[in-house]
Every structure is written in structure tokens, then in C-alpha cells.
Design a protein around this ligand. Structure first.
Ligand SMILES: [Cu+2]
Length: 128
């Protein structure tokens, strides 16, 4: 084998090694992106309403988007207010929905109908 051939073969091997290296590097870079979980999962809390008490299906939720599914099991209308947002009035036997974005903390909620919060329709939700 002539020296020229050795040089040429050597450079070809280098190029293959380089190409493999680039491909591997691309995989290493791409892997964490693929492994990253998709957007935060939405949380749903069922809120049972009656005179004069709220019962929440969860007392603690993760921060982010939280949907409150409102179920009025009482005999008069109620609403649900949290983090500056308020649901429409929910009539007895009816359901409603309120979606809010919550930050970490102890977040107060209440019914805004006159006298209802004072009578017991209020509480705090732990947001982690
Ligand atoms: Cu109420």
C-alpha cells in the first residue's frame, strides 16, 4: 500500500468518526427535549355548594390553571369567588365552572351573595 492511500484512508476514517460524533451529539442534545414533560396538567376541583358550606374535592392543588366544577346541592343560588374571579350565580340543582390561574399560597375563596360567606361559605385552598 502506498503512503498516499494510507493518508486518504486515514482522512476518510476521520470523517466517519466526525459524522458519528455529530450524530451522537445531536442525540444527546435532542434527548432532554423529548424527555421533557408536556405542559403542566390541568387540575380540576369539584366544589359542592349548599347552605352555608363549600366542600372541595381537594384541599391542596398545584399552582397553575385550576378548574372548579361547581355543583349546587343546596336550595338557593350560590356563587364561587377566588383569586379575583367569580362564577355566575349557580341555581339550586345546577352546575357551573370557573377556571383560574393560581399562584402558590393559601388562597381564600367565598360565596359573594350577601351574608353567605359570614354564614360559613368561605375557606382557604392551599396552592403548592
Ligand atoms: Cu352562597
Amino acid at each position: 500500500m502506498r503512503a498516499e492511500n494510507l493518508v486518504w484512508e486515514g482522512s476518510l476514517m476521520n470523517r466517519i468518526a466526525l459524522a458519528l460524533g455529530v450524530a451522537l451529539a445531536a442525540l444527546v442534545v435532542a434527548a432532554p427535549i423529548a424527555a421533557r414533560p408536556s405542559a403542566a396538567t390541568a387540575t380540576t376541583v369539584t366544589v359542592s355548594m349548599k347552605e352555608f358550606k363549600f366542600t372541595l374535592s381537594k384541599t391542596s392543588v398545584k399552582h397553575g390553571t385550576v378548574t372548579f366544577k361547581l355543583v349546587n346541592k343546596g336550595h338557593i343560588a350560590h356563587d364561587f369567588a377566588i383569586a379575583g374571579k367569580k362564577s355566575p350565580k349557580i341555581k339550586p340543582g345546577k352546575t357551573g365552572k370557573l377556571t383560574v390561574t393560581l399562584k402558590k399560597g393559601k388562597i381564600a375563596y367565598k360565596c359573594t351573595l350577601p351574608g353567605h360567606a359570614a354564614a360559613g361559605m368561605k375557606g382557604k385552598l392551599t396552592v403548592t
